[in-house]
Design a protein around this ligand. Structure first.
Ligand code: TXA
Ligand code: MG
Length: 329
């Protein structure tokens, strides 16, 4: 696998010359991976069908899985949305820039390649200064799925992007680690004022409840998920190792004879015979920030099996439990 060009950028004050370079790559039809506050995105021009097709090829992702259009804010969102209801405006004012993706009917400027053939478009205004600088310099919406090959673990560091996509991406902007480490919450706005959560993520569902009735169905049967949000397959975010999520007490007995076992504990380490033992913070934000990077590390360490202490069963851990469930499916 060939290597992409990588340019280091300051996460707070990105160099204008580097950003201009990246914007030129995008306008020439190329792909630029860049940091967001959630995970690294694989960017291409959202309104150019040829750029979008390149994104699907680079990821090996089925063309029916829609991509998110990244914009600077509300004004820009109207370049891709057909309607901008008061509810969209209220959510944008509360959470943008930030990790909330709004799904609304698309307008005619949006190629069906972006939406996986459907009539709606996912829109989000990222907060990360590098993403914002790139959007400003490009002066166009940027399509960006997570910058990993289809079904692999999402990237929270530039090195993860290089490992997963190699030369399939033209340029990687290395802005360090992503703060949230887990993807945006994806919400479909119903004509009836409901908020349907298609993917739990960095914005907790509790924060959405002030804006209307929230509908969320946990890891529904594959057919339902496919209908609501193609791309939310049961198997997703999967490391090469087999992931087993289990109660702390059951972890030692779940180790496998002759296998290279890794273990992820919550809060503090337990007694276990494993080649790598990692401890993640016992709070959901801290845990989410490090989860994907830890899965990448355990893969790199050559683990065959990774045993994960099951996180608590409450709402604050929903997005983490969703990712673990899909990664272990
Ligand atoms: O945090 C994020 O959202 C990251 C960063 C790069 O912004 N992006 C990301 O994109 O996670 P991706 O493509 O890996 O995941 C997008 C999710 C998928 O589950 C997809 O099905 C859903 O959003 N989605 C996007 N547009 C949609 C639409 N029009 N209708 C239903 N679901 C949509
Ligand atoms: Mg993804």
């Amino acid at each position: 696998m060939s290597a992409p060009r990588v340019l280091v950028v300051d996460a707070e004050r990105p160099d204008a010359a580097v950003i201009a370079d990246a914007a030129r790559v995008l306008h020439a039809g190329g792909l630029v991976a860049f940091p967001t506050e959630t995970v690294y995105g694989l960017g291409g021009l959202a309104l150019e069908a040829s750029s979008i097709r390149r994104i699907y090829v680079a990821k090996g992702r089925p063309g029916t899985h829609p991509l998110i259009a990244h914009v600077l804010g509300e004004e820009d969102a109207k370049r891709v949305a057909k309607t901008w209801p008061p509810l969209a405006s209220a959510l944008a004012k509360a959470f943008w820039p930030g990790p909330l993706t709004l799904v609304l009917p698309k307008n005619d400027a949006v190629p069906v390649e972006l939406t996986g053939g459907g009539g709606s478009v996912g829109i989000r205004a990222p907060m990360h200064p590098v993403a914002r600088a790139l959007l400003a310099a490009t002066n166009a919406p940027i399509a960006a799925p997570s910058a990993n090959a289809f079904q692999e673990v999402s990237p929270t560091r530039a090195a993860h992007v290089v490992k997963s996509l190699g030369g399939a991406v033209d340029l990687v902007l290395d802005g360090g680690a992503c703060v949230h480490g887990i993807e945006s919450t994806v919400v479909e706005l119903g004509a009836d004022g409901t908020l349907r959560v298609l993917r739990p993520g960095a914005i907790p569902i509790a924060a959405l409840q002030a804006f209307g009735p929230v509908i969320y169905e946990t890891l529904a049967p594959a057919t339902d998920v496919t209908r609501a949000s193609p791309g939310q397959d049961a198997r997703h975010y999967a490391p090469k190792a087999t992931l087993v999520v289990t109660a702390r007490d059951a972890m030692p007995s779940a180790t496998r004879e002759g296998k290279r076992v890794g273990a992820i504990y919550l809060g503090n380490a337990g007694e276990i015979d494993a080649i790598v033992i990692r401890v993640l913070p016992a709070d959901p934000k801290g845990y989410a920030a490090l989860l994907f990077a830890t899965l990448h590390d355990l893969d790199d360490a050559g683990c065959d099996v990774v045993l994960v202490e099951a996180p608590p069963d409450d709402a604050a851990w929903l997005a983490v439990r969703d990712r673990l469930a899909r990664a272990s499916h």
